[in-house]
Design a protein. Structure first.
Length: 136
């Protein structure tokens, strides 16, 4: 079974990063979120458990997780979500503008297209805005 916290922690370790309690806490919140979540929302969630991190700390963790391909930033609604795929991939995101539900579609060949064109991608924004089946 796909287990995001285990995948995330293994990846951090294999890249030489420590599993700090802040990283662990943010990973758990991302795992439980069913929609993209902002650094401020993560801070609020953790406050409910009596844990108080600075937003910049949470932002840095999200940045690191994104660099490692563990989370994706959804620019159009300014949130982060855990990656739901175990493989090397890129996604197209279908973003509902009403309820902010996000579905990801695997674009398995996208990376190869970039490589074949000697194009070094720094940021990829594959977002389609619209209405999900529940909101339409
Ligand atoms: Zn992904
Ligand atoms: Zn919706």
């Amino acid at each position: 079974m796909y287990d995001f916290p285990i995948k995330a922690k293994n990846k951090l370790k294999s890249e030489g990063y420590k599993i700090t309690s802040a990283r662990d806490d943010v990973i758990e919140i991302l795992n439980e979120a069913d929609k993209p979540i902002s650094p401020y929302e993560i801070q609020e969630e953790l406050k409910k458990s009596g844990i108080d991190y600075k937003v910049i700390t949470i932002y840095r963790i999200l940045d690191l997780l994104s660099q490692l391909g563990l989370t994706h930033r959804i620019y159009s609604i300014n949130g982060y979500m855990k990656c739901d795929s175990e493989h090397i991939h890129s996604h197209k995101f279908l973003v509902c503008e009403s309820c902010h539900d996000v579905q990801s579609v695997d674009l398995k060949h996208e990376k190869h297209v970039n490589e074949a064109n000697s194009f070094k991608a720094s940021r990829e924004i594959n977002e389609v805005l619209g209405l999900c089946s529940k909101c339409d």
